[in-house]
Design a protein around this ligand. Sequence first.
Ligand code: PMP
Length: 435
Amino acid sequence: KNNQKSNEDLIQYRKQHLGKSLSLQYNIPIKMVRGAEQYLMDQYGRKYLDTVNNVAHVGHEHYAIVKAGQKQMALINTNSRYLHENINTLAKELLETLPPELSVLHFVNSGSEANELAIRMVKATTGERDIIASEVGYHGNTNMTIDISSYKFDGKGGQGAPEHTHIFPLSDAFRGKYRGPDSGELYAKEIQKQIEDIHKNGRGVGALIIEPIISCGGQVELPKGFLPKAYEYIRAAGGICISDEVQTGCGRMGKTFWGFQLHNVVPDIVTIGKPLGNGHPIAAVACTQDVAEKFANGMEYFNTFGGNPVSCAIGAEVIKTVKREKLQENALQIGAFLKAELHLLSMDFPIIGSVRGQGLFLGIELVDHKLNPLANQTDYLENRMKAHGILMSTDGPDHNVLKIKPPLVFTKANAEELIFYLRKIFAEDAMQLND
Ligand code: PMP
């Protein structure tokens, strides 16, 4: 009872003294006090299965990661103007996973900062500032990255696309402008249209920025053939290509270590965030030698915390752990099992209109018979799953996509438990479709 009051106190204090636009998840918010593997624990000792947190990539509070951070923190932490092995070690670990064309790294502290730096690189490389980005894309919270994030500027409180941002329609083969497995080329043509618009204004193309699976857009997979064609158009116009791997990177896709590799393309810039620190703030930008050289135009790039020995010790241990514990393989196997089970579930419950994603980065979309989005049911499901101790999240422009992106240590038993409770809740009255 006392604890209940303390949650209310925390909420009241937040309302008064913390940012007014911070949000809280769930109708009744939770206070988490411990994390381990794919589980979280609240102050009452209640255990939750986490199907949401793609930041706690190798598992919450993984022993090897905590130890690496603690050990380095006790020795030295300083900026990257001093030599240190850790920054080189992390660079080597990452470069082993990337194609040889992407051979230069810059370390930063968040996904937003990574994309911010990527856009500076675009300007330095191409001399252009016009950026082509996806509808409902999200790339960060800074001025520049908000300016390329339709998820924000086309949403509540936003003011639409700025002059130098060019948005093409969400390449959603289920409910988007073009539908079906052959829609890739049509969506790529939408990018060509944006290129032509830029030219009409007498300007040139800076870059295309896109995620390999559009996460905030509702786990939207890019249709086959779309990305290679899009890259071709952008490059023919003198622009460069950025793959935002902040959510999709570091083995989560299962088949590949990075999302762009699913599409057989090589970007000029890759931005890496969330999973790299397993919860510690570290992010990175990988680029080609050409981009790196043009960016180094004489102005020093300095970043107080970027590439510090503690962050790099943690980042390197995360990548080593993914490799040592074969977590990419786990994402492939468990992800395939879970996706197949979700497909079976969708046969019994037609409210599930689409099951999609790769590895342990999946989504299910709830719609009625006419493909209208069902946001209320999605919200109900999320809150009911919480009541059964399973944490899930929802997203998409119509708030009707349930996202599944757990720590990569998620097991087959976890997947079975998840399906068991989904099946139970999909059978409840509130989830039935009216004919
Ligand atoms: N890019 C993508 C695709 C993201 O999902 C996010 C965060 N949700 C960001 C960039 C920004 O990262 P951060 O919040 O670490 O600044």
